[in-house]
Ligand binder design. Structure first.
Ligand SMILES: [Zn+2]
Length: 273
């Protein structure tokens, strides 16, 4: 369906909004119902919209309009050049493995499950990035030598949201819509691997959540819990507020970054999720 007219109408309504502002002034451009339609402008200038009327098919699905132009997820056209890791990889073992196990209190079996390998040169942990369906999105490398700058490198193989899912089989059933009851969002893959002991977990490789990422999260999770590192708690709160109309977001402030937590601390944290 061509929704250009509707999207132009939404964009016009959003033009008058301050960043972070929401309006319910225009009727739904699809079902024409008054007062059922929200338009939000995020702090980044993107526009989110949703019709709250249960019977509204097109508006009820919600969506977003990027700051530039009228692209939607299905219509995004931009340049993409795949970047592929070309180092040598081998089984992660010996001191390299011990270092990882000790530094982050990981179990060897979960490192194997995550598919992490030893890559070189230079020596790095090579961590594949998978979608929620297990398709490969690329690789992240993290150097063992802390003096190597940058500490991590990104190899995006496909033009897809850059998020890595860690879902342990059988740990969390999906409902009829295919959603998990709770999805935990963290900054880095080590935290995600640890968090996946309790719930499906996603690493977003930083603290930026694009509308495309928000869409993927809300398609797959009933409750989205943002657990950013301590220094980014405010950012998590802002996202939860900005994207409230897109889904059920909450934040759990951390006393310690997830990757550094002991099993006891993780257990206590998981009870807050
Ligand atoms: Zn509607």
């Amino acid at each position: 369906m061509n929704n250009v007219e509707q999207r132009l109408e939404i964009k016009a309504a959003a033009d008058g909004l301050p960043p972070g502002g929401t309006s319910n002034d225009i009727p739904c451009p699809w079902c024409k119902q008054a007062k059922s339609f929200s338009v939000t402008k995020t702090r980044l200038g993107d526009v989110l919209y949703l019709c709250h009327r249960a019977s509204c098919t097109e508006g009820g699905r919600g969506g977003y309009i990027r700051e530039r132009g009228l692209s939607s997820t299905s219509q995004v056209k931009r340049e993409f050049t795949p970047r592929v890791y070309t180092g040598t990889t081998r089984y992660l073992e010996g001191p390299w493995l011990s270092q990882l196990v000790d530094a982050y209190r990981l179990a060897e079996v979960e490192i194997r499950w995550a598919g992490w390998l030893h890559g070189y040169p230079p020596d790095a942990i090579v961590m594949p990035v998978y979608s929620a369906y297990g398709t490969r999105r690329g690789v992240l490398t993290k150097f063992f030598d802390k003096s190597v700058v940058p500490k991590t490198l990104t190899y995006k193989e496909v033009d897809d949201a850059w998020m890595g899912w860690y879902i342990r089989s059988g740990a969390s059933p999906q409902n009829q819509e295919g959603k998990y009851s709770t999805v935990v969002v963290v900054e880095d893959p080590i935290s995600a691997l640890k968090a996946s002991r309790f719930y499906p977990a996603v690493s977003i490789y930083g603290t930026y959540l694009s509308p495309q990422m928000i869409e993927e999260l809300t398609n797959l999770g009933d409750r989205i819990v943002l657990c950013f590192d301590r220094d980014a708690t405010q950012k998590a709160l802002d996202y939860a507020k900005n994207y409230a109309m897109m889904g059920n977001f909450r934040t759990v402030p951390l006393s310690k970054d997830v990757k550094d937590m002991t099993q006891q601390e993780l257990q206590e944290w998981s009870e807050l999720l």
